[in-house]
Design a binder for this molecule. Structure first.
Ligand SMILES: C[S@@+](CC[C@H](N)C(=O)[O-])C[C@H]1O[C@@H](n2cnc3c(N)ncnc32)[C@H](O)[C@@H]1O
Length: 264
């Protein structure tokens, strides 16, 4: 199993805060999650979204949270301990060892960006979905270079960071836009794509957003330092990027693409 490139001390906290900030329940309902369903949260992280899924399916349904990380799963088990309809498994999304045709609804958010060959993850999610069931992949589309004014050196720096993460670990921050084509090639029907904000920072970013980015920058130091020539040069870039996030006079935004389709 390949190592999760964003792993760091602050990662569980970052994921929990990020999940709290997004309108996840709306995305789940809008893509077909409903009471009584058997659902899978593939790459569940610390389990906040798994808990929302469990609430939607209710006691008559079931949710499996799957993740490759012990640490994330420990957090998820603790967070969902009161929810009898939840269980957790440690596995790779590309080879889950779950039974075929087992789920009515399969959700995977911010996981496909870390798969060097996302079609492998999609094939496995399709395998475990029952015919007529829905597969939903929600992922980022862009490295964080949208807004205005956006200094060219910061745009080049954030693109350099994305290229370094791709070269070193196969991370693809543009995977969101690629899922529709992959869904078509995999033979899903009734495919719909929803565009939603990942964040809109009109003015100074709040403490949560600053910490989110600081945690990401820190985790990527081993990959980024060689690309920037030195750790000091990378840290200086990160400092300037954070300063721009904190600038009350600029707009920064990023998008989430949610692709859903039905297994034939
Ligand atoms: C960015 S987090 C997203 C967590 C959650 N889906 C959310 O939206 O908050 C990515 C999660 O996917 C897990 N992960 C990464 N690659 C994986 C793989 N190949 N198989 C299973 N889990 C994986 C990581 O351990 C991490 O918990």
């Amino acid at each position: 199993m390949s190592a999760y490139v964003m792993e760091s001390e602050g990662e569980t906290r970052r994921l929990l805060e990020q999940a709290r900030a997004l309108p996840v329940r709306g995305h789940l309902l809008n893509t077909g999650l409903a009471p009584g369903m058997a659902a899978l949260d593939a790459g569940c992280g610390p389990g906040l979204i798994t808990a929302v899924m469990a609430d939607v399916v209710g006691p008559g349904g079931s949710v499996v949270g799957l993740d490759s990380s012990d640490k994330r799963l420990a957090e998820a088990r603790s967070l969902c301990s009161g929810l009898k309809q939840c269980r957790f498994v440690q596995a790779d999304v590309r080879k889950t060892e779950l039974p075929a045709n087992a789920f009515d609804y399969v959700w995977s958010q911010f996981v496909f960006e870390y798969l060097p060959a996302p079609e492998e993850g999609l094939a496995e999610l399709l395998r475990v979905t029952r015919p007529g069931g829905r597969v939903v992949v929600a992922d980022v589309d862009g490295p964080g270079d949208l807004g205005w004014p956006f200094p060219e050196e910061l745009r080049e720096g954030i693109q350099k960071l994305a290229a370094a993460a791709k070269a070193a670990a196969g991370v693809d921050v543009q995977v969101g836009r690629k899922m529709f084509h992959l869904f078509r090639r995999a033979g899903l029907s009734q495919i719909r794509v929803h565009l939603a904000p990942l964040y809109v920072v009109a003015g100074a970013a709040d403490a949560r957003q600053m910490e989110d980015w600081a945690t990401r920058f820190k985790a990527l130091e081993p990959i980024a330092a060689p690309a920037f020539g030195s750790l000091a040069a990378y840290q200086e870039f990160a400092r300037r990027y954070l300063a721009m996030l904190g600038d009350p006079d600029t707009l920064k935004y990023s998008v989430l693409l949610i692709t859903e389709g039905q297994k034939q």
